[in-house]
Design a protein around this ligand. Structure first.
Ligand code: PHE
Length: 473
């Protein structure tokens, strides 16, 4: 193993770091997974537990991960090892950096497949919008003349076509590798500084559209009126899991991004901005999607197909639907790119720091690897649809390949990563090093210590155990 060296790369400003980190956090998790879960779990009660999880558990962990990277100045494994050495602890702690890098790599494999679906839908609605312009009616609804069954059939047709799924997956992964190979400054930072403003403009525009054309009152009531009877242990569990996933915690992503912070501290305020922005976007995504769902009288609990089958149907009857539908899928695509690059950056930085590979080589090796695993995920929708990779395990007994990779990383690997991060920063890392690096004021530091050393380990261990062994509840 080559001695860990810093890659020497860094963000050009604090704003650049915040944009990149918010870009990493805001993704399919906010716009596809959050509304899906909120819809399935009955809305308000889920949303309130989710928000509590973000601020009591997620925010302290965001600061903990950024601290490790900022103090370590190299890839996640090397950074943890360095903080451990400075705290007179053994190098074995670096194991959770490795678990994180493996989790990021696995998440990337199916993330790119789902982003490929989004790419296809952006293409379908883009072509439809071009046709609308050609017909001299640019503000018509989307997909005129298609019945609801036909619109829903598009998703099953897409799943049945291996070449289509492959091409979309390849295009998205190729873009991700291209950006990461260009480096922190000309790749990640440039992508974030161009794409995030576009994302926010689109998001705000679509929320306003939903408020005017849709039923925002019902959406508000659905998202913010808690029906506590819906609050089962499984709902709490999925709210906690969603908070970790959405903030990109437990995969060493923020350790890696934090290692490119070259100067300055005040990491507490930065962490709070990341958590606030990510949660704000999730709520805005809910306020963008549900008014449209309710306006057309559709079912908010449609599940994972909500975005792909329910919304295109809604866009058909709404004014300007062709344009709005195209913009909607473009928005999700933009969010997915700034997240997938953060997923690839974690193993890529490991290859650079620990193996001594060049950035391009490392990005390519892990990009191709994740692409290959992703192929199995997409084949799970057609030729391998009977395969249950972890079928022997009751929790995943009836879970297809993509959902198994998603479930295993989300329910097992992310909580383990988050648990070890909180124990390491709460109990092992030298307190003076933590205080000096984070630059958090004494009263906030005391509060954060309680959360990271006590609440996080206990609560995350509880999610892990109840998630893995639901029968004990
Ligand atoms: N947070 C991203 C999202 O919400 C997903 C992600 C998870 C990205 C873990 C990086 C690491 O889509």
């Amino acid at each position: 193993m080559v001695a860990s060296t810093t890659t020497g790369e860094g963000w050009s400003s604090r704003t650049a770091f915040i944009l990149a980190a918010v870009g990493a956090a805001v993704g399919l998790g906010n716009i596809w997974r959050f509304p899906t879960l909120a819809g399935e779990s009955g809305g308000g009660a889920f949303v309130i537990v989710y928000i509590a999880c973000v601020f009591l558990l997620g925010l302290p962990l965001v600061l903990a991960e950024i601290f490790i990277g900022r103090a370590g100045q190299t890839d996640a494994v090397g950074s943890i090892r360095k903080v451990a050495a400075q705290s007179k602890a053994g190098p074995g702690w670096a194991i959770f950096g490795a678990i994180g890098a493996i989790a990021a790599f696995l998440i990337l494999s199916f993330y790119s497949v789902v982003a490929g679906w989004v790419l296809y839908y952006a293409g379908v609605l883009g072509a439809d919008f071009l046709q609308a312009i050609g017909q001299g009616d640019p503000f018509r609804g989307a997909l005129q003349g298609e019945s609801q069954a036909m619109i829903q059939g598009r998703l099953s047709d897409m799943f049945a076509s291996v070449p289509l799924l492959l091409v979309m997956h390849l295009a998205f992964m190729g873009l991700t590798v291209f950006i990461i190979a260009r480096g922190v400054h000309s790749g990640i930072e440039k992508a974030a500084t161009y794409l995030m403003p576009i994302f926010f403009v689109l998001l705000v525009g679509l929320v306003i559209y939903g408020a005017i054309e849709g039923d925002i009152g019902e959406a508000f009531a659905f998202l913010f009126t808690p029906d506590w009877s819906k609050l089962t242990p499984a709902v709490i569990n999925s709210a906690l899991g969603q908070a970790l996933f959405s903030l990109s915690l437990g995969v060493a992503g923020l350790i890696t991004y934090g290692s490119y912070i070259k100067e300055g501290s005040g990491l507490g305020g930065t962490s709070a901005m990341i958590a606030l922005a990510d949660t704000g976007v999730a709520l805005l995504a809910g306020l963008m999607i549900f008014p449209i769902v309710f306006a057309v009288g559709l079912d908010p609990a449609a599940g994972p197909t909500l975005v792909f089958q329910t919304l295109p149907f809604a866009f058909q009857t709404m004014p300007g639907g062709a344009l709005i539908g195209f913009l909607f899928f473009t928005l999700i695509l933009v969010a997915a790119v700034t997240s997938s690059i953060s997923l690839l950056e974690v193993p890529t930085a490991w290859g650079i720091g620990e193996m001594g590979w060049s950035r391009a080589k490392s990005a390519l090796i892990f990009g191709v690897g994740a692409f290959v695993i992703g192929i199995f995920c997409l084949l799970g929708y057609n030729v391998l649809s009977d395969v249950r990779p972890l079928g022997f395990w009751p929790l995943f007994a009836d879970t297809d390949i993509l959902d198994t990779v998603d479930g295993f990383t989300g329910k097992v690997m992310l909580p383990i990563g988050a648990l070890l991060t909180s124990i390491f920063v709460g109990w092992i890392a030298d307190r003076n090093l933590v205080r000096a690096t984070t630059g958090v004021s004494p009263p906030m530091f005391a509060l954060w210590r309680v959360l990271i050393a006590w609440l996080c380990p206990i609560a995350v261990a509880a999610i892990l155990v109840t998630g893995l062994f639901p029968s004990i509840l």
